[in-house]
Design a protein around this ligand. Structure first.
Ligand code: UTP
Length: 468
C-alpha cells in the first residue's frame, strides 16, 4: 500500500495523527511504522473505540443467576471413591499422551515491574530459581511418574518473545527437550486515549498491548499449536497462568473429572474467603456457565443466596482450566467472538509536541478478552473445588496481597505442611507461617505423597531446608 492510501485509511478511521512525525523519520523507522499500521485490524479497532466511547454499565440480572454445581473436596467415603476413580482416569490419559500443559505468560506484568518475562522472575526462596524452572520441573517430574513425554505450550506476547526463548536456551530448557516446548505469541492491540485515538509509544511506534488471556484461543489456532496437538493425539489441555507458583500443572484428578463428565471446559474453584473477596466467581447465568468478575459484583449482591441458602457467588475462580483440543478448534474455526473488556491504565505515550509522558493517572484504554468467557460456549463444564493454600499463590506485585512476598510464604508453608506429613517437625510462628525458609525442588517431590518414601532423617529444622 502506498503512503497516500495509508494516509486516507488513517483519516477514515480518525487516526491520522499516527503519521504526525513522518517527515522526521528515518527510512527504517518509516518501514517499521508502516508495518505496524498494516498489522492493525482497523475494523475491529473502530468497533472497540465505539464500544469504549458509548460504554454502558453492564446489565446483569442478578436474580436469575445460580451458583454452579461443584465437585467438593472429598469428605465422605463415596466422595473419596469418586476421586480415586477420577484419578485413575486422569492418570491413564496422561500416560496415553492425551494431555498437554499450556501456560499463558503473555501479560505485561506491570504490577510486578520486573524487567523481563514474569516467568524469569527469580522466585525460589533459597535457590532463586525462576518461575519457569519451577513449572518445567513439575512437568519433568510428571514425565518420570507417568513414563511419557509431555508437551509444554507457552504463550507470550511479541515484545518478550525473543527474551523468553533466550532465557530457555540459556537455561538449557531446564532439562526438557527443546522439541517438547513450543513458544508462540498472542495478538497485540493498539491502546487508545480517552478520545479514541491510538496512543504512540514513540514517534514511529503505536502503543500496543496483548489482547488478554482469552487471546490464547486464537493464538493456539494462529500458531498452528492446536493442529499440532490434534496430530499428536493430544485431546486435553491443562491451562494455567504463569504467575501461580504452586499450581499443579497436571492434575490427574481434575483431568479425570473433566473426562468423565465429557466436559469441554472445566474450572478449579475455591470457596471465597469472604463475599467481598476480589476474585471472579463461577456462576450459571442464562443456563450457561460464566465467571462474574468481582468488579461487576455490586456490594448489595455479594452475599446473595440460592434457594437452598448457599452463597451464589462463592465459587472463586483461580484461573486453572481444562480445555478440550476439539473444543478450542471448533470455537476458533467458527470465529466465535469473545467479548472485549475495557481496562483503563496508566500508559506512557508521546504527546502532540513529541515529548515522552509517563502519566500519573489512568490515561489509556486497553482491550482484553478473557479465557473464562469461553465457558458459555462449552457443552459440559465441571467445577472442582480445591484447597486454596495447596494450589493458588498468584504473584502480581512485589509486596502485599498476591505478591512475591506472600507467594513465597504460601509456597514455604506448603513445603512445611508436606514435610510435617512426612514426619518432620517444622517450627511455625503465631501467624501459622513456617519459621524457617524451605524449598523443595519439584524434581525432588511434587506432592506430599512424593515425600513419603524419602529419607528425611538428617533434616535439621533449626536451619533453612533446601531439598533438590
Ligand atoms: P494478569 O491479569 O494478572 O496480568 O494476568 P499481568 O499482565 O500478568 O499483570 P499486570 O496486570 O500487568 O500487573 C493473569 C495471567 O494471564 C496472562 C498473564 O501472563 C498471567 O499469567 N495474560 C494476561 C496473558 O497471557 N495475556 C494477556 O494479554 C494478559
Amino acid at each position: 500500500m502506498n503512503i497516500d492510501k495509508i494516509k486516507n485509511k488513517l483519516q477514515n478511521y480518525n487516526q491520522e495523527h499516527v503519521l504526525k512525525w513522518w517527515e522526521q523519520l528515518s527510512d527504517i523507522q518509516r518501514k517499521e511504522l508502516l508495518q505496524d499500521i498494516e498489522s492493525i485490524d482497523f475494523k475491529l479497532m473502530k468497533k472497540l473505540v465505539n464500544q469504549y466511547m458509548e460504554r454502558k454499565e453492564t446489565l446483569i440480572l442478578f436474580d436469575s443467576i445460580k451458583s454452579p454445581e461443584i465437585i467438593k473436596i472429598p469428605r465422605t467415603k463415596d466422595e473419596i471413591l469418586h476421586q480415586r476413580e477420577a484419578r485413575k482416569i486422569g492418570e491413564q490419559c496422561i500416560r496415553d499422551g492425551k494431555v498437554a500443559c499450556f501456560v499463558v505468560a503473555g501479560g505485561q506484568g506491570t504490577r510486578l515491574g520486573f524487567d523481563g518475562p514474569k516467568g524469569a522472575y527469580p522466585i525460589g526462596p533459597i535457590s532463586a530459581n525462576s518461575i519457569f524452572q519451577f513449572h518445567a520441573e513439575k512437568i519433568l517430574k510428571a514425565q518420570q511418574k507417568y513414563n511419557v513425554q509431555l508437551m509444554w505450550y507457552i504463550m507470550m506476547s511479541k515484545p518478550l518473545h525473543e527474551q523468553t526463548i533466550s532465557f530457555f536456551e540459556h537455561n538449557k530448557y531446564f532439562g526438557m527437550h527443546k522439541d517438547q516446548v513450543r513458544f508462540f505469541s498472542q495478538r497485540m492491540l493498539p491502546a487508545i486515549d480517552k478520545d479514541g485515538r491510538f496512543l504512540m509509544s514513540s514517534k514511529y511506534e503505536i502503543s500496543k498491548s496483548p489482547d488478554g488471556h482469552g487471546g490464547a484461543l486464537f493464538a493456539l489456532r494462529d500458531s498452528g499449536a492446536i493442529d499440532e496437538m490434534v496430530k499428536k493425539g493430544i485431546e486435553y489441555i491443562s491451562y494455567f497462568q504463569i504467575d501461580n507458583l504452586i499450581v499443579n500443572v497436571l492434575d490427574p484428578v481434575f483431568i479425570g473429572y473433566h473426562v468423565k463428565a465429557s466436559a469441554q471446559m472445566s474450572n478449579k474453584v475455591t470457596s471465597k474467603i469472604a463475599p467481598s473477596e476480589k476474585v471472579g466467581a463461577v456462576v450459571i447465568m442464562d443456563r450457561r456457565y460464566a465467571v462474574i468478575e468481582y468488579s461487576d459484583l455490586p456490594e448489595e449482591h455479594m452475599s446473595d443466596k440460592d434457594k437452598d441458602g448457599s452463597l451464589k457467588f462463592n465459587a472463586g475462580s483461580i484461573a486453572i482450566h481444562m480445555l478440550n483440543t476439539g473444543f478450542v478448534k471448533t470455537l476458533t474455526e467458527k470465529v466465535v467472538k469473545l467479548p472485549y473488556h475495557i481496562a483503563e491504565k496508566n500508559i506512557s505515550y508521546v504527546n502532540d509536541s513529541g515529548g515522552h509522558v509517563s502519566p500519573k493517572d489512568k490515561n489509556g484504554i486497553k482491550f482484553e478478552t478473557f479465557i473464562f468467557d469461553a465457558l458459555k460456549f462449552a457443552k459440559n463444564v465441571t467445577n472442582m473445588e480445591v484447597i486454596r493454600e495447596d494450589e493458588f499463590s498468584p504473584i502480581k506485585s512485589l509486596t502485599g496481597i498476591d505478591s512475591v512476598e506472600s507467594g513465597r510464604q504460601l509456597y514455604i508453608n506448603r513445603c512445611a505442611r508436606w514435610l510435617m506429613k512426612a514426619g518432620v517437625d517444622i517450627p511455625f510462628d503465631e501467624n501459622g507461617n513456617a519459621k524457617i525458609k524451605i524449598e523443595i525442588s519439584p524434581l525432588f517431590a511434587n506432592s506430599a505423597d512424593d515425600l513419603q518414601h524419602k529419607d528425611l532423617s538428617s533434616i535439621d529444622t533449626t536451619k533453612n531446608i533446601y531439598l533438590a
